[in-house]
Design a protein around this ligand. Structure first.
Ligand SMILES: [Zn+2]
Length: 115
């Protein structure tokens, strides 16, 4: 399934191919504050259509993950980094058109705090 996604102001748009079968909430110091529900996908499944000039990179800790946000609306539509199986994207499920986050109310916690 291909989903369309965007930040709140619409500057950043993207598509992602996923079955939404790897959805989790991360408990790291950043995601815990943001409360973001994330879908983990291979980087090749994620295509940015517009707004790369609006995407402000943010890194902390080991600086292995890019936790970017839109410079206009502040939404974090996606992040990226290297996973166990290569380059990954972490998609903010709340940014996806046609997805009801209530369908993922029991999403597991990804233990980012311990990494
Ligand atoms: Zn925006």
């Amino acid at each position: 399934m291909t989903y369309e996604g965007s930040c709140h102001c619409g500057a950043i748009t993207f598509t992602v191919q996923t079955a939404l079968d790897q959805v989790a909430r991360c408990n790291c110091s950043l995601c815990g504050r943001a409360g973001t529900l994330m879908a983990f996908v291979p980087a090749s499944a994620h295509t940015v259509l517009s707004g790369k000039d609006h995407y402000v990179d943010y890194q902390f800790g080991s600086k292995t993950i890019h936790h970017g946000f839109c410079k206009t609306c502040g939404i974090r539509p996606y992040g990226s980094g290297n996973g166990e199986h290569g380059p990954m994207a972490m998609i903010n499920v709340g940014c996806l058109k046609g997805v009801d986050v209530r369908d993922h109310a029991n999403a597991p916690i990804y233990d980012g705090a311990s990494r």
